[in-house]
Design a protein around this ligand. Structure first.
Ligand code: SPV
Ligand code: MG
Length: 431
């Protein structure tokens, strides 16, 4: 009997999956690969049931003779082990970034004469409804909130990108690339105070109030499922910060990052060029511990941001603060620097990791942007935040367009760098 392999990335079975199994049965005995949690999150397919439950679910389907674990998005390992005569998949992998997976399978099968069977993708009302439901479920607060902690355990490094609107949220949610035979996307979103303020034409000095910041979160949440890390600035007064934590946790935000500055906050990238004051260790620890008492779930994270390097207070001060903030209950440490050279960040990470093996480290490589994710990971970093690049890329593009329309007294000259009208009207999916 010939061996037929197909891989499932789902925890809801619909007609499309049943059809794949029926088609597979025509060629031989059907072995189904169940994608591991680690591989599923790379795909932004977040499992709503455990891996064991997924194995059970698929094992019990009619026509399935065996189930195996597929640990990676790419098929190298399973094909090596199973040596299937056929690999069956929906024909939706013929286009877009999933094509890279098909190319990988084709190459592996060609080495011994195996074949791919592309089955026409089933897209009926029922399938559409189930897929929509899966997505909607992931947007619910109880699913979204816990995802950041889960991702820290499942991903070598969690990658977050700045968002400040529904549109930038969609970019963070949907952008997938295929590069060097790997598929990649962002894991999480950062609601930057700088970019949220800038989008409103305001300076980054906590002048955009919390009600307005919550509106931004809501706009993003409406159209996305990925976890949110909220830039809480200084958190304001402790008595106010506890309310912020309560709200963020309730609506499904995964983490707030609160920085140890006090009084009128200015953006960290100004460093010592403007007057900025760092809080005392005692006062800031009190802010953290009071907020931790308010928290209701184990899932929400309060991450303490250390401004010692920004304010040139030295490495020892940064490390002392890190230790104190963790003792006060902080669930993670963000260390910031505005140097072009990543040396001080890496020194901090190495020394912090020597004394604390587990507390997550968050970094924001805006200035020291030559460092790669892999290097940061080697130094114990858990979350990397690309804090402002979407805003900074949009602004020059919009300004140039405005200038050119003024120059040419018409819009024709700018047209070839614009998103086609057809694409902009179909960019947003209707329910
Ligand atoms: C932000 O994005 O608002 C930040 C990071 O807080 S930074 O702008 O570098 O201070
Ligand atoms: Mg900020």
């Amino acid at each position: 009997m010939k061996k037929v392999y197909t891989c499932f990335t789902t925890d809801f079975i619909h007609e499309g999956h049943k059809n794949i199994i029926r088609e597979s049965q025509k060629y031989g005995e059907v072995i189904v690969g169940v994608l591991s949690d680690e591989a599923m999150v790379r795909y932004n397919r977040y499992p709503s049931i455990s891996f064991k439950e997924r194995m059970e679910l698929i094992k019990n389907l009619e026509g399935v003779s065996d189930v195996v674990v597929q640990k990676e998005v790419m098929y190298d390992q399973v094909i090596k082990e199973i040596h299937p005569d056929y690999v069956v998949h929906g024909d939706n992998w013929l286009e877009g970034p999933m094509r890279a997976i098909r190319d990988n399978v084709e190459k592996l099968l060609s080495e011994y004469g195996g074949k791919i069977i592309d089955v026409p993708y089933t897209y009926n009302e029922d399938v559409r409804r189930i897929e929509l439901r899966m997505k909607e479920l992931m947007a619910m607060p109880e699913y979204r909130r816990k995802r950041l902690k889960q991702l820290i355990n499942l991903r070598p490094i969690v990658k977050a990108i700045e968002v400040h609107s529904g549109l930038t949220g969609l970019i963070a949610e949907k952008t997938v690339v295929e590069h060097d035979g790997e598929i990649d996307q962002f894991d999480a979103m950062w609601i930057s105070s700088l970019c949220d303020s800038t989008a409103k034409g305001k300076p980054d000095i906590e002048v955009v109030d919390m009600t307005s910041r919550y509106r931004t979160i809501d706009d993003v949440m409406e159209v996305t499922t990925k976890p949110i890390i909220f830039d809480g600035d200084t958190g304001g007064k402790t008595e106010h910060f506890v309310y912020t934590v309560r709200t963020l946790e309730r609506i499904g935000v995964s983490a707030v990052i609160v920085e140890d500055k006090i009084g009128l906050k200015k953006n960290s990238l100004f460093g010592t060029e403007v007057v900025q004051k760092q809080d005392t260790i005692k006062h800031f620890c009190h802010k953290i511990s009071e907020a931790k008492k308010i928290q209701l779930t184990d899932e929400f994270m309060i991450i303490a941001r250390i401004e010692s390097l920004i304010l040139e207070q030295g490495m020892e001060d940064a490390l002392n603060r890190a230790e104190a903030y963790v003792k006060a209950g902080a669930d993670g440490i963000m260390i910031h620097s505005r140097k072009k050279d990543p040396a001080e960040i890496l020194e901090f990470c190495d020394r912090f990791r020597a004394q604390d093996k587990t507390t997550p480290i968050v970094v924001v490589p805006s200035s020291y942007n030559t460092i790669t994710e892999a290097e940061l990971e080697k130094h114990g970093v858990n979350i990397v935040i690309y804090a402002n690049q979407l805003t900074r890329s949009a602004f020059p593009a919009m300004e140039q367009t405005a200038k050119d329309i003024l120059k040419y007294h018409r819009a024709k000259e700018v047209d070839d760098r614009l998103l086609p009208i057809k694409d902009i009207i179909t960019l947003i999916n209707e329910l």
